[in-house]
Design a protein around this ligand. Structure first.
Ligand code: FEO
Length: 387
């Protein structure tokens, strides 16, 4: 990671958002988020994306300061999602001579967001096209579905900089001091996780480039140990487990299923499990639990039965996993039910709709509170999960 001053000619003009309640109206961001934007200053000047409407004034101030009286020639639109594209219309109104640079999909979708004056010129680029700014040259690489269909990244060859759009993004403002992987992983699996194949395709293309710096649209600019970040992305996008470990995700109404989850964790540790994480879906950040589901190679889901089905937070969790393409993991199912336990069967059915999920042979039904037979069955299950 680095400060934003990694180059004399490429200026950071993005903004920190310290008080957004929910990113994309669904993710808590305790340390905020940054909307990154850059200015390449050369014979021609290119603005690399705008920023969210929440920071419009700050973004235009940053842009004007960096321009030092000059006028931008291009606005490169790597991604049209409003957290980066909200100020395109205002930009064209302020700098009507600047050309918008995007691909065919960008310009097909742009009118859905803004009625831009037809007099504003556009430059439509496709895979491998280049844009010369002087000594800086941009090459465009299409990255469809990382995270929207129109996404592209660009490579600046003079300084070997990859403008990676949402790729390599992370929650947290730029002045947040925290581990990169933790919040980058939560960001990745919840936002881009469904599109592993497309991320793999982009990584393959990026592997042919000599990259010195990665400039994502969220989170820190990456300048050192790039192999570390690329390896993480390779693991995540291939759906390979990152660590050996067992996530126990539980949905408990009155605490009895949670008590059983804690007991199972104890048994798993006695059986030599490398790492066991117990998550209470009703109380913890679900995005974090989803992240852990992908991070570890095994998972146990434990749910109370509710209205002859799965307790809602667990059903929500499993539907999220399915939507995010959760696959290739070993999973165990434990249900609780006081009179007609149904959650186990229904949870197993949802896993049946996912790819390459190995369900454990041992299934456990708790009737209200865990009994000795349940504990014995947990020991059998622990053996199955740890052997
Ligand atoms: Fe940060 Fe997909 O927008």
């Amino acid at each position: 990671m680095s400060s934003v001053d990694f180059s004399n000619d490429i200026k950071y003009i993005g903004c920190n958002d310290y008080d957004i309640d929910l990113f994309e109206s669904q993710y808590i961001v305790p340390n905020g988020v940054s909307y990154n934007s850059y200015l390449i200053v050369d014979e021609k000047i290119a603005v690399m994306d705008t920023a969210d409407a929440r920071v419009t004034d700050q973004w235009f101030t940053n842009l004007e300061n960096a321009l030092q009286g000059r006028t931008p020639d291009y606005l490169v639109v790597h991604h049209l999602e409003p957290d980066h594209a909200s100020n395109i219309l205002k930009f064209t109104e302020k700098y009507p001579k600047a050309k918008l640079v995007g691909n065919a999909k960008t310009f097909a979708m742009l009118p859905q967001f803004f009625a831009i004056d037809p007099a504003v010129e556009t430059v439509t680029v496709k895979e491998g096209d280049t844009l010369s700014l002087g000594k800086h040259n941009l090459t465009f690489v299409m990255a469809p579905m990382v995270h929207w269909p129109e996404v592209m990244v660009s490579y600046e060859s003079a300084e070997k900089v990859l403008f990676s759009a949402d790729g390599f993004g992370k929650f947290g403002t730029l002045d947040t001091e925290e581990d990169w992987a933790c919040e980058a992983r939560r960001y990745y699996f919840n936002i881009v996780g469904k599109y592993g194949a497309q991320v793999q395709a982009l990584l393959k293309k990026a592997s042919t480039l000599d990259i010195k710096t990665i400039c994502p649209l969220h989170g820190p600019i990456l300048t050192e140990n790039l192999g570390y970040y690329i390896d993480k992305y390779n693991t995540w996008s291939s759906y390979a487990p990152e660590d050996k470990g067992i996530l126990i995700a539980c949905a408990s109404i009155h605490g009895n299923t949670k008590k059983a989850a804690d007991k199972l964790a104890e048994i798993l540790k006695e059986n030599g499990a490398e790492k066991v994480v117990v998550s209470d879906l009703a109380r913890e950040d679900m995005a974090e639990v989803i992240e852990d589901a992908f991070r570890y190679d095994r998972m146990v889901v434990m749910s109370a039965t509710y209205d002859a089905g799965i307790f809602p937070v667990m059903e929500d969790f499993l539907n999220h996993l399915k939507a995010k393409n959760y696959n290739s993991r070993k999973v165990a199912v434990i249900e609780n039910g006081s009179w007609a336990p149904m959650a186990g069967k229904k949870m197993a059915a949802i896993f049946g709709e996912m790819k390459n999920i190995t369900l454990c042979d041992t299934t456990i039904t708790i009737k209200s509170t865990m009994n000795d037979d349940n504990v014995k069955a947990m020991k059998v299950l622990a053996h199955e999960l740890c052997s």
